[in-house]
Design a protein. Structure first.
Length: 320
C-alpha cells in the first residue's frame, strides 16, 4: 500500500529536486523511488511508484499537482459534452515512461522479490475527473451518475479501456501482479455500485493478461465486499474498518485477502501496535492467501523505524 512516500527521507530528498509529475515521468528516478522501501524496510514485494492519474493526463483534462492540495483537474468532466471532448489515448506512447520504470525496477530487484504494478479503478479515477480533484462527498460525481447515466457509462467505458491497457502494459514490461485501487468507492450505495460501477471494474479485470494475480482494493467497503468479490480479483484488499476474519468469511475461501492494520497505529511505538498486529495474524489463522498490509497507505508523519519494526514483527510472528 503506497510503500514509497514522504515518510521516507530518501524520497523527500528526491522530491526536493523534482516536481511530482516530473519524478513520476522520469524512469530512473521513479525506479529509484520504487526500490527505496525494499532497501530500507525489507518488505516482501516492491510496489511500482507512479500515480493513478497519469493515464488521464493524455485525455486533455489538464492535470497538475498543486503544492499542499494534491491532484487538480483544470477542466473537470461534468457533462455529456465534456465526455465527448476527451481525447483518444494511445496508452503505449502516452505513458511509456511507466513501462520503462517497470523494466528498470525488474532488472534491479533481487530475483526473489516480485514487482506489483497498479492502477486506479474506473470509479475512483472518474471521481477525480468529475470533482476536479479530491473530494469528501463526491457530489458532482453522484449527480453525473444519476442525471446523465449515458454520459457516465461512456466515461467509465473510456476509463476501463485505458486502465486495462495501462495494466497490461505494466504486466508486459515485467510486473508479476497488479493492484486495482478503487480507493473512494466506499462513498457509494450498494445499488449504485452494482449498476453503475461493477460492470466497468469487471471489464478491466477480465481484460487483463491471463494468469496475472489481481488485488482489488477499496476503502469504506464493508457493505460492498460481496460486490467487490463479484467484480473480480484474486485478492480483496481490506481497510481497517472491518475484522479480517469476518470479512474473509463474507468473501469466501476462494480469494485471498490483504490488510488490514490501521495506518495510524504506526504513529505510536512498536510495543503499542504489536497487539493489533498479533490480532490480525490471529484472525488470519495461518491460512494461505493472507497478505499482511496496512488498511491504506503509510501516513506522511509515520517514523520510518516504526514501519521497519512492523515488517520485522510480521516476519517473526508469521514464522512462528
Amino acid at each position: 500500500m503506497r510503500q514509497a512516500g514522504r515518510y521516507l527521507p530518501e524520497y523527500r530528498a528526491l522530491r526536493a529536486r523534482h516536481a511530482f509529475l516530473e519524478l513520476a515521468k522520469t524512469p530512473h528516478a521513479a525506479a529509484e523511488v520504487t526500490l527505496q522501501p525494499i532497501q530500507r524496510l525489507g518488505v516482501d514485494a516492491a510496489i511500482l511508484f507512479a500515480d493513478i492519474l497519469l493515464v488521464v493526463e493524455p485525455l486533455g483534462v489538464g492535470l497538475e499537482f498543486a503544492k499542499g492540495e494534491g491532484p487538480v483537474i483544470q477542466r473537470p468532466v461534468r457533462t455529456e459534452a465534456d465526455v465527448a471532448r476527451l481525447a483518444c489515448v494511445d496508452v503505449a506512447s502516452a505513458v511509456g515512461f511507466v513501462f520503462e520504470t517497470v523494466r528498470l525496477v525488474k532488472r534491479a530487484l533481487p530475483a526473489h522479490v516480485p514487482l506489483i504494478g497498479f492502477a486506479g479503478a474506473p470509479f475512483t479515477v472518474a471521481s477525480y475527473l468529475v470533482e476536479g480533484g479530491a473530494s469528501r462527498d463526491y457530489l458532482a460525481t453522484k449527480r453525473l451518475m444519476r442525471e446523465s447515466p449515458d454520459a457516465w457509462r461512456r466515461l467509465m467505458t473510456i476509463l476501463a479501456d485505458v486502465t486495462a491497457a495501462y495494466l497490461n502494459g505494466q504486466i508486459a514490461a515485467g510486473a508479476q501482479a497488479v493492484q486495482l485501487f478503487d480507493s473512494w468507492v466506499g462513498a457509494l450505495a450498494p445499488d449504485d455500485y452494482r449498476e453503475l460501477v461493477l460492470p466497468h471494474t469487471r471489464t478491466v479485470i477480465d481484460a487483463l493478461t491471463p494468469g496475472t494475480p489481481v488485488i482489488h482494493f477499496g476503502t469504506g467497503t464493508a457493505g460492498l465486499l460481496p460486490l467487490l468479490r463479484e467484480a473480480g480479483g484474486d485478492v480483496i484488499g481490506l481497510d481497517w474498518r472491518v475484522d479480517l476474519d469476518a470479512a474473509w468469511r463474507t468473501l469466501g475461501d476462494e480469494v485471498g485477502v490483504q490488510g488490514n492494520l490501521d495506518p495510524t497505529a504506526l504513529l505510536s511505538p512498536p510495543k503499542t501496535f504489536e497487539p493489533a498486529v498479533r490480532a490480525i495474524l490471529k484472525r488470519a489463522g495461518g491460512r494461505p492467501g493472507h497478505i499482511f498490509n496496512l488498511g491504506h497507505g503509510v501516513l506522511e508523519s509515520t517514523p520510518v523505524e516504526h514501519v521497519k519494526a512492523l515488517v520485522d514483527m510480521v516476519h517473526e510472528l508469521s514464522a512462528r
